[in-house]
Design a protein around this ligand. Structure first.
Ligand code: MN
Length: 747
């Protein structure tokens, strides 16, 4: 039950919202509608509390406030945000909303309800990926629906602390996997950044805290540097009578973390921690673009620009609407500094995304909305025509959400925007499926180039075709756009079905000749030997003549004794029990013993001491990944229902495989020193040692069996002390097996 205190709290929050809405309410009717929506939602959620204990209505109020303050949408969006959970969580229907608030609001609330339903925690075993797909299909109705959904997610992320931990894992992975990329695609950079930072805070609290602590520790020296850097710029801008604001901005915690991961460096080794931003007030008569370049010219009079680091999104904005001029210049003390130049209008677009466009020009609304509509249509088309399963589709879709762009020209001079990294073949498919299917090469800027040539902005491309050409499987390894992949896959699928039939015939005959039955046992030997993931792949490759049965006898008689069965003591927590009571002691005793069968994911090779997470498959086998493994994050976002909270126990029973990369200066005897250190001193069991030396440098890797993280650290530091060794670090998987995702050892 609500107390008087609750009511006071609710009213305070709503008054806050009303104040925020002052600027968007043009008439009394606007204000009345917001008040009515609040009264309606407040009554509907009456008596309900959030996990944090707050009255539920504070959540829709907060979402509405984000919608108006942080994104800049209008009255209808505020009303829809207030009502966004009413239909799903209470007895009211969309019809009730329609009667009170009209068609437009009803359809937006309907869209939000559908998205919510689609994205709900999978209650049974329903596929989260399918849910996402459904959710994306609701995109088309009104862009504002997805924006309000993002505001909803943002507030849920801001209040995530009160959620149970394993629910946090799922919400965080969804956010990283889908919502942050969507915010990026819609140009909502500020929201994207906050979503990413919050995700990091909950998934890797130690790393998050370490980075934020470091940032605040270095704040004063950094701001001294920025002042020193800015001083001459300020003087010059003032001399030229430009009205502006200049700020030094630190990169987001998440982007710093990403960079540390990607480059395997510490925060001290990241030199471009911040960027300087100049936001200018446009002078009436001069076009904004000219002013951007004027400021650029003033800055580069002072500091030398890095020639390959100019990004001109003023002449051609990004597809998500972003406009700005970026450059990197050599600042004092030989430090590269990124400078971003924007007008006030561009700045607002950068902060608030598409919504900000609507505010500026009526004309702009049409053109920009048109572009967004086009994109949404593409998403829908791809979803509808997709022959793939939802998981695969989302992978490609996500790739396209994040990539930045190149702009190229057709022979007639029309422009096409493609994601960065796109090749000639992507361009061909972008124009037309048949053009892609028949392509054999291209003239890029009048020079003959292969289909796999990466295209760069400004290229003019003419595709060369042949009537006998057809798509090949390897094309899939080169193209990057969802459109090209889709087209190639659907062509290959047809071809494959024919090959499959043919291959099955060949194989059955071969077995008949040998009097062998096509049992599971046979395939267990065959598939790894032919490097096929499943029977179908084996049949179709056989049918297509890619593989043959020359070695069949040898393979069938080979002894496939287990390579090495590994045992670790892992503890699995039953998520249902965690859900159950609030009793924490109870939860920690629900560990199962070693009865749970599991395997160690070879994509990340977790070892005792690593933070791990498990996923149960349909046979009840748990696959254990490192918490930071990309594949694990993806799976958590798509099949949250399969998450099994997992942690290492204290018992060390056997050793596990780990891979270490080494580099150094080559000298006589280094290999001997290396193997002696490993075997004699450390008593390590080496599985594989691979060293390559060239130009006086040696590099390579060692696969070895050790007991835990501690052991590995000892080895790394001992090896690092060998004369000539420059760097030693752990890598996640064997470079030789990079494409092999089969799990070989199961306990
Ligand atoms: Mn909500």
């Amino acid at each position: 039950m609500f107390t008087e205190k609750d009511d006071i709290l609710i009213n305070e929050h709503f008054e806050d919202l009303l104040t925020a809405c002052k600027s968007i309410c043009k008439t009394q009717a606007d204000k009345d509608m917001i008040v009515e929506a609040f009264n309606f939602a407040n009554a509907a959620h009456r008596g309900i509390r959030r996990k944090s204990g707050d009255p539920y209505i504070l959540h829709p109020i907060a979402v509405a406030k984000i919608v108006v303050n942080e994104i800049g949408l209008g009255v209808k969006s505020v009303v829809s945000a207030l009502l966004h959970d009413v239909v799903e969580d209470t007895d009211y229907t969309v019809e009730d909303i329609r009667l009170r608030f009209g068609d437009k609001i009803a359809s937006m609330v309907d869209g939000l309800t559908k998205m919510k339903k689609a994205g709900e925690l999978a209650k049974d075993n329903s596929e989260q990926a399918e849910n996402f797909k459904k959710m994306l299909l609701t995109l088309s109705d009104d862009v504002r629906v997805i924006i309000i959904k993002l505001a909803d997610r943002l507030h849920n992320m801001r209040t995530l602390a009160s959620m149970p931990q394993h629910k946090q894992v799922k919400i965080v992975s969804e956010t990283i996997y889908l919502f942050a990329p969507l915010a990026h695609r819609l140009g909502l950079y500020k929201i994207k950044t906050e979503l990413e930072d919050l995700s990091l805070k909950y998934s890797f609290p130690a790393e998050y805290n370490q980075i934020t602590a470091k940032l605040s520790e270095t704040e004063s020296s950094r701001s001294m540097f920025i002042d020193k850097f800015n001083a001459p710029i300020i003087e010059r801008l003032n001399q030229n009578g430009i009205e502006y604001e200049i700020t030094g901005r630190v990169k987001s915690v998440y982007s710093i973390w990403k960079k540390m991961q990607r480059k395997q460096v510490t925060i001290d080794e990241i030199y471009d921690l911040f960027a300087v931003r100049i936001v200018f007030k446009p002078a009436a008569v001069i076009p904004e673009k000219a002013q951007c370049w004027h400021i650029y010219s003033l800055i580069t009079d002072i500091y030398k620009p890095k020639p390959d680091r100019i990004r001109d999104w003023v002449s051609i904005p990004k597809a998500n609407g972003y406009e700005a001029l970026h450059c990197t210049v050599m600042g004092p003390d030989g430090v590269w500094v990124e400078v971003q130049i924007r007008s006030e209008r561009m700045d607002e677009i950068a902060e608030k995304g598409f919504a900000a466009h609507w505010k500026y020009k009526e004309k702009m609304i049409e053109s920009k909305e048109g572009e967004l509509d086009k994109w949404i249509k593409e998403v829908r088309d791809a979803l509808n025509s997709s022959t793939e399963n939802a998981l695969e589709f989302l992978d490609e879709f996500k790739l396209n959400l994040y990539s930045s762009e190149v702009i190229v020209f057709t022979p007639k001079g029309d422009t096409r925007t493609l994601p960065k990294g796109a090749i000639v073949l992507d361009f061909a498919y972008e124009i037309h499926t048949n053009l892609g299917n028949k392509a054999i090469g291209a003239k890029v800027n009048h020079k003959i180039e292969s289909l796999f040539t990466e295209i760069t902005s400004g290229d003019q491309i003419e595709i060369i075709t042949s009537n006998t050409a057809k798509p090949k499987v390897e094309w899939l390894n080169h193209v990057i756009t969802a459109k090209a992949k889709q087209a190639i896959k659907s062509f290959l699928k047809k071809e494959r079905e024919n090959n499959l039939k043919h291959g099955m015939e060949i194989f059955e005959n071969a077995l008949k000749e040998r009097g062998v039955m096509p049992e599971a046992r046979v395939f267990r030997k065959l598939l790894p030997a032919y490097k096929c993931a499943n029977k179908d792949e084996f049949y179709s490759q056989l049918g297509a003549g890619i593989i043959n049965l020359d070695n069949l006898d040898k393979i069938l008689h080979e002894n496939t004794a287990n390579k090495l069965v590994k045992y670790w003591n892992l503890q699995f927590f039953n998520p249902l029990k965690l859900f159950g009571g609030n009793n924490k002691n109870n939860a920690s005793t629900t560990t199962t013993s070693n009865n749970q069968s599991y395997k160690i994911a070879e994509c990340c090779n977790p070892i005792p001491g690593d933070e791990v997470v498990g996923f149960k498959d349909e046979h009840g086998v748990v696959t254990v990944h490192k918490k930071s493994c990309e594949i694990a994050i993806k799976q958590a976002s798509q099949r949250g229902d399969t998450i099994v909270p997992t942690k290492w126990g204290s018992e060390k029973i056997m050793s596990y495989l780990s891979i270490v990369e080494i580099r150094g200066i080559d000298r006589i005897g280094i290999l001997l020193d290396l193997s002696q250190t490993l075997t004699a001193q450390l008593n390590v069991n080496i599985r594989k040692l691979y060293i390559e030396s060239h130009d006086g440098i040696f590099e390579g890797y060692i696969s070895l069996y050790v007991k835990n993280r501690q052991d590995l650290h000892t080895i790394i530091s001992k090896v690092g002390n060998i004369k000539g060794v420059e760097s030693v670090k752990r890598v996640e998987s064997d470079p030789d097996n990079a494409n092999n995702s089969n799990f070989s050892s199961v306990s």
